[in-house]
Design a protein around this ligand. Structure first.
Ligand code: AMP
Length: 148
């Protein structure tokens, strides 16, 4: 059975595990889908945050969302890529987390999401928290506990 000082870990702040906003690839709501697709393809990320010019978080954009929005009846209508904007197709219903949240809350949300966007009280974008970084910390704690 897995057993460790779970209470302490679960109450830890997520702050040390956040990738800061300056290191996060993002697009603006008014960018074209072509720009977003280029960024997604070049970066290799499955989805990236959508921000406004004042750096507030509004949602996520992904390659499947973009492809789906330019699907015609018999072909992919690539010419629509520079006509449509990110704000026309982005996903606005994604959970966010606050900088001072605890590990426990992040763990629960990361079951269904590969990463979470971290925002402050007025939705200013602070960075992201990935499932990878949380799993890495969990594994570290489990190994440390095994040795004791
Ligand atoms: P990873 O845990 O590194 O595999 O990242 C999981 C997902 O988080 C990626 O597919 C992206 O959607 C997002 N992500 C991770 N790092 C970044 C970054 N620096 N900029 C934008 N999105 C990121």
């Amino acid at each position: 059975m897995i057993s460790f000082q779970s209470k302490e870990l679960l109450e830890t702040s997520i702050q040390p595990f956040i990738i800061p906003s300056e290191k996060v690839a993002h697009v603006q709501m008014g960018n074209s889908l072509e720009h977003a697709l280029l960024l997604l393809t070049k970066s290799g990320y499955s989805a990236i945050p959508v921000l406004d010019p004042r750096f507030h978080f509004h949602g996520l954009i992904s390659s499947p969302l973009i492809t789906d929005s330019i699907l015609g009846l018999e072909r992919i209508e690539f010419e629509k890529l520079d006509q449509k904007k990110v704000e026309d197709v982005m996903n606005r219903t994604v959970p966010t987390i606050k900088v001072n949240s605890q590990f426990q809350q992040a763990l629960t949300l990361l079951i269904d999401h590969p990463f979470l966007c971290v925002v402050d009280d007025v939705n200013y974008f602070e960075g992201i928290l990935t499932r990878r970084s949380i799993l890495k910390e969990l594994t570290k704690q489990l190994h440390t506990n095994k040795k004791q």
